[in-house]
Design a protein around this ligand. Structure first.
Ligand SMILES: N[C@@H](CCC(=O)N[C@@H](CS)C(=O)NCC(=O)O)C(=O)O
Length: 350
């Protein structure tokens, strides 16, 4: 099937690639590259490689900036299931930005057309798209760039004024939320919260790097591997890193500088999913958080029990997504019963 769509010729410069130079009309298949491969995770060699995010602009506290921080100008699209989107949801919540940045939450089921919007009656916890009235997240991407031909991922930060995507990279969205909206936050405590303090930036960047590669993405590289070699290449380094983190947390309350930073937040969304999903579904089963990592467990409870954090954990979406969307890994769609360790339990310091 074919349809006619405005096809934008991108600038020769890589960024920001969504700003068109001129417009031409072309005939194109409804099955674009991204669409055809939407549920194929591993490359031909059996390795999963995460794509680089495309929209990389930034909201700024400078009132004259293209994307100036303004109340109710920006809208965040997330999935409660996704660990990357979860980072943005928790920082939005802890900084009190829920009052000035709107939220849409996709259905946890991600099938051939990608992330879909549902009503809260259809799927409790889902929040439809009242900004663009999209049925699928792909429509939001095409509205920002009709020529978009990459994966339709969450999170997405949308600008209601310029009608475009500002950014779809979680690590950058959380930095914007951390700093750029501070002038609009009334609550003094929340305004002061700083998860990327200047004096700890070097240490945070360093720990983020190996945790991203071997843990946050390590679980995916293990779970989406389609060869034994690719799986083993990734699963051992994952547990080496968890052992290293356990050691750090045996003498430190938080990962860096004795305070809660973005390094903790970025790791935490993976740890919350570890026992209930990654141990079984992604075959990351050398150890579990509950039985083998008492300090990581204590730390996970510590963050969960910060007011506002627990409201961002939706285990029905998390388990429902992985076990029912990845049908090549779990063809029956049966969802295991355990939610992992109870993070609301009192903290035991070992
Ligand atoms: N680098 C991105 C990754 C986001 C990402 O991969 N999100 C996944 C959900 S966990 C997604 O939307 N995948 C849909 C797809 O790849 O088609 C970020 O950190 O924001």
């Amino acid at each position: 099937m074919f349809l006619y769509r405005f096809r934008l010729k991108p600038l020769p410069l890589p960024l920001p690639f969504h700003k068109p130079l001129f417009v031409q009309i072309t005939k194109m298949s409804t099955t674009s590259t991204a669409q055809a491969n939407i549920r194929q995770w591993a490359s031909k060699d059996g390795e999963f490689r995460r794509q680089v995010s495309s929209f990389r602009d930034s909201v700024s506290r400078d009132p004259n900036a293209q994307f100036a921080a303004e109340p109710n100008r920006y809208h965040l699209y997330i999935s409660w299931a996704c660990p990357w989107a979860h980072r943005t949801a928790i920082v939005r919540q802890l900084k009190g930005l829920d009052k000035i940045i709107g939220l849409s939450v996709v259905d946890f089921l991600m099938l051939d057309k990608g992330w879909k919007f549902s009503t809260s009656e259809e799927t409790p916890g889902a929040i439809p798209d009242t900004v663009n009235n999209a049925q699928y997240i792909r429509e939001v991407y095409f509205k920002a760039n009709p020529n978009y031909d990459a994966r339709f991922t969450v999170p997405v930060l949308w600008d209601k004024k310029l009608n475009t995507i500002v950014n779809n990279e979680s690590s950058e969205i959380i930095r914007m939320f951390n700093e750029e909206f501070n002038d609009l936050i009334d609550n003094e405590e929340q305004k002061k919260l700083n998860y990327y303090p200047e004096n700890l930036r070097g240490e945070i960047d360093e720990i983020n790097e190996w945790i991203y590669d071997t843990v946050n993405n390590g679980v995916y590289k293990s779970g989406f591997a389609t060869t034994q070699a690719a799986y083993e290449r990734n699963v051992y380094p994952l547990f080496e890193s968890l052992d290293r983190i356990e050691k750090i947390l045996s003498t430190n309350e938080w990962l860096v500088g004795g305070v809660l930073t973005e390094a903790d937040i970025r790791l935490w969304t993976t740890i919350v999913r570890f026992d209930p999903v990654y141990v079984g579904h992604f075959k990351c089963n050398l150890k579990t958080i509950e039985k083998d990592y008492p300090n990581i467990l204590r730390w996970a409870r510590q963050l969960y029990q910060i007011p506002g954090a627990a409201s961002t954990v939706h285990m029905d979406h998390i388990k429902g997504h992985y076990y029912r969307s990845h049908t090549q890994i779990n063809p029956t769609g049966v969802v295991p019963v355990s939610n992992g360790p109870d993070l609301s339990k009192p903290i035991i310091k070992s």
